[in-house]
Design a protein around this ligand. Structure first.
Ligand code: ZN
Length: 611
């Protein structure tokens, strides 16, 4: 390949950037599940020594080498917001173990050099995760030159083995029918290119883009042409792996400004958001199109989510990868629907998938039935079943502080309303403290103190959720804004001269809403309804309601609003509870995320109407 195409003609700067590490401290609300995950998993139950052992002794089953990288990258991302010595020490230890496993050809692989690249073993997928773990460690914890050198040797070993002939075509390497997993190497290659400026990593990225991501399917062109996600991959449109590839494509756009790929990335975002995401912010299912693949494929899930035949859906790996991909779109475009998609997933699908003590995550997640299960791909380690989802869940939690408050050229951008203290910068580069005081989503009242070091004119951008029809905003109790000026599903810009201690008060519209169910190919899903309170999806939980599974005709006004009765305090084991009026009764509904189904109990989120 000629040298000139390796040099990016123009890069694509981010519209929104995250705050620097440790610049944001969360309190209350979402801090609680993060704390549980750090204590219960990252510093607790995770059997991480076993994750590096497979690189020395070989893998007991395909792809098990992914675990080390997933553990380390989530720990390092947690450390970004929670810079605690215990996390750093555990990560340092894990990194030392993996560096010691480097093979004579520079690879860190579960397969000996003569068996590399090992397609059915998932070798490239595993090596991708080793690189991602080391990249995150290098970015968040320690810029050790020895680590950078090791990453270069690892990448170079891959470049020597994979590519145009006589090397092996990336689309021939992997375990799945279309081998999509191996092309996800794009993400670490682009990140390593961003770190080193090394043209050969960009050239390899270009090769992975030109290969299209999967055997027989040019995923880039398909997304560019708005092909529905469920058709992206023949018999195996694997939601998690395809989205991982698109994460790499976002980094490729950042480096090259390539317009075709940019269009593919943004189309893919809109396609998945509109065609695959359920009310709890995750997607993929085993019905109606792909019953063989355990609920891990794109399946027109937005339209099929009420389908009563669904047995498995919404893999946690899918939701977390979707959330990370949304953060790319948010950074690249400032599209607030990407932040809303993340919020929906965080308050429902993500927190709802975690074991209450933080020691793991459900593999798939149901809307109706036994919500959680650990059953799926994984490996028993020291008597403990570790799945891909156990390892990805914490990464999703670590992205909460990453996007809660971001920075634009015009001023700070507030994406999530949780208690927090943030140290941002004004457009002139002066320090700016932002503090949020709220019990959201228990209520819709949010108080934000804006304290620049000196008075300065800039914008504070507030995300107005699409469900908040009537939002009221005031500054220092005086200046008032509301509809139609404040539009749901957009950012509201407050541009003024800000003085230290200025106070924004935001009141979001938290009226309970009835959500009419979609109907897909199976008409049995017709007529079902769900209920949400702000960003929080409610459910009927067997623990609190023996009639949870019976049909009910929920009463709402012509705009879908429900005259719900708040139940205070909520029953033990839930965070929010309401009496919801039906045609002939009142039913109890609690927040989906709190429903604890690890004991086999069931929930009902899409409620059928009586005959
Ligand atoms: Zn998984």
């Amino acid at each position: 390949m000629a040298q000139d195409i390796m040099r990016p003609s123009r890069s694509c700067p981010d519209i929104l950037t995250p705050l620097p590490p440790a610049a944001l401290t969360l309190s209350g609300g979402l801090e609680r599940p993060i704390r549980a995950s750090i204590d219960g998993w990252i510093l607790g139950a995770v059997p991480y020594h076993e994750f590096s052992r497979v690189f020395r002794e070989g893998r007991p089953q395909f792809a098990v080498g992914e675990m080390w990288g997933k553990f380390v990258r989530s720990g390092c991302m947690m450390y970004r917001a929670f810079p605690e010595p215990a996390i750093r020490e555990r990560m340092r230890e894990a990194v030392a173990e993996i560096l010691a496993a480097e093979r004579p050809n520079g690879s860190v692989s579960c397969s000996p050099p003569e068996a590399q690249p090992d397609g059915p073993g998932g070798d490239l997928w595993e090596r991708k995760y080793v690189l991602l773990g080391l990249l995150e460690y290098y970015a968040q914890i320690e810029r050790d030159p020895a680590i950078l050198l090791s990453m270069r040797r690892q990448a170079d070993a891959i470049l020597a083995q994979v590519g145009p002939a006589p090397r092996t075509d990336v689309r021939d390497l992997g375990w799945s029918p279309n081998r999509v997993e191996s092309s996800t190497l794009l993400e670490p290659m682009m990140r390593l290119h961003a770190l080193t400026g090394e043209p050969r990593y960009l050239a390899f990225g270009k090769y992975l883009v030109e290969c299209g991501g999967a055997k027989g399917f040019d995923l880039v062109q398909m997304a560019h042409d708005n092909v529905p996600p469920r058709l992206m991959g023949g018999i195996y449109p694997k939601a998690y792996e395809i989205t991982s590839y698109f994460e790499g494509l976002a980094d490729y756009v950042r480096a090259t400004g390539d317009e075709r790929v940019r269009k593919a990335v943004l189309n893919y975002f809109a396609l998945v958001r509109d065609r695959e995401m359920t009310i709890v912010g995750n997607g993929g299912a085993d019905r109606p199109f792909f019953p063989k693949y355990g609920g891990e494929t794109w399946d027109d899930t937005a339209h099929e989510q009420t389908n009563p035949d669904i047995a498995r859906m919404m893999e946690t790996c899918t939701g977390v990868t979707w959330m990370k991909f949304c953060s790319h779109v948010l950074r690249l475009t400032g599209d607030c629907t990407a932040a809303e998609a993340m919020e929906t997933y965080v308050y429902n699908g993500l927190v709802g998938a975690m074991k209450p003590d933080g020691t793991g995550f459900s593999y798939v997640n149901l809307l109706d039935g036994v919500k959680s299960t650990n059953e799926g791909w994984g490996c028993e380690v020291n008597g403990f079943l570790v799945t891909c989802c156990n390892l990805n869940g914490p990464m999703g939690l670590a992205y909460i502080p990453y996007i809660a408050v971001m920075q634009s050229a015009e001023g700070p951008v507030v994406n999530l309303y949780n208690g927090l203290e943030a140290n941002a910068l004004t457009p002139s580069g002066a320090p700016l403290e932002l503090s949020i005081d709220t019990d959201y989503p228990l209520s819709g009242h949010v108080r934000i103190l804006v304290s620049p070091a000196a008075p300065e004119t800039f914008r504070v951008r507030l995300r107005i959720p699409s469900w908040s029809g009537k939002t009221a905003i005031s500054v220092n109790g005086a200046l008032r804004h509301g509809p139609p000026e404040v539009r749901p599903g957009s950012y509201f810009d407050l541009r003024r001269e800000w003085h230290p201690g200025d106070c924004i008060e935001l009141d979001l519209d938290m009226r309970c809403r009835r959500i009419a169910g979609p109907c897909g190919v199976n008409r049995a899903g017709d007529g079902r309804a769900a209920v949400a309170f702000g960003p929080v999806v409610l459910t009927r939980d067997e623990h609190f309601d023996p009639h949870f599974n019976e049909p009910a005709d929920i009463v709402a006004d012509s705009d879908g609003f429900i005259e719900a009765q708040r139940i205070l305090p909520p029953p033990v084991g839930s965070r929010l509870a309401f009496g919801i009026p039906t045609r002939d009764d009142v039913i109890t509904m609690t927040d989906y995320a709190s429903a604890d189904c690890w004991n086999g109990s069931r929930i009902r989120t899409w409620i059928p109407r009586p005959e």
